[in-house]
Write a new protein. Sequence first.
Length: 367
Amino acid sequence: MKSSLLRSSTLAVMASLTLPVVLRAEEPVDLGTIVLTATGREQSLADVPASVQVIEGKALASSGAVTLGQVLGQGTGLLVRNSGANASISLRGQKDSGTLILIDGQPRTGKYGSFNLNNFPLEEVERIEIVRGPMSALYGADALGGVVNIITRRPGDNPGKTVSLLFGARPDDGKRGTVRLGTSVEFGDETLGQRFALDLQGAGGYALPGTPRGEDFSALRRMSLSWAGSWMLPEGQELRWRLEAYRQRDSRDAFTSPRPPALPVAYDALEEEDRISLDGSWSQDLGAGRLTVSGLLSHSEGMANRAWPLEEYTRASKGRLQARYDLPLDRHETGEPGDPARINRGGNRIGFLLGTDRLPARRNVLT
């Protein structure tokens, strides 16, 4: 079967109004929580015209969660579905396909068009923005129920090395040993920072008590590797990038369920995936506003033999290129006239977004 590519171009013009504010430059200003998912640009949570929840660093650290699925399970209006080591999410009663998951504002490909929340290391997350309600005008049809934007830590802000090791087993019989190793190296400063991260997951297969043959839970073998960077260039320019590679090799002992008098046949139930993605952005002050250009390339291939002896192969690719220009319609000065510390703060703003998507081209092949 030939792959079919669907190209779509979107042009959106968004405007938001804020009340004029006059403040002295030397006085500390508490702007509260800043979000960017609801309108595509940074905006105070109090001014966002949508239902938004933000889970930040302190809440992440105190949650006791070890996966993104566990963190999001504590959110409002979210339903997290766990199937073994896989997790998916839905907002406001929509299907998984109606909830868009973003990493730093960019989507990812995955098996069957979905992204497993548990495959992303929690240590790299700075905060999570959850926008409940239809966001299709800004993000497309996949955001009918809402958007979950996972924002990673800026490389170079916390130089150093980290290592985390988690180990556990079932509390009833001590079986299905599970281990997760995460390590990262971050170096640089606010001008140029980089971070390399590696996340490894492993677990043994397991059969529930009373299962006559085979295993109910697969043995897990998963690896995630990432390289992220940030570079502040002259004249207010900033370059950000993130390269990810992911591999999954899960397997379990399984048996067919034929009709009598045929006998069950043993086979290895496999679920595999390879994914690679690269996204980046460049921004610069241009005239009275700021121009941001961002792009994404993501490709994944998967295989499963749930209907043995047939094997199902899936491929999904996605490309995105967007340009955004935010222009203040007026400016409010802060500080006393003649004060060298006098600064300008944008008041009413209008943003222009022009982009093109190469939507996922999926191919399912049974052999």
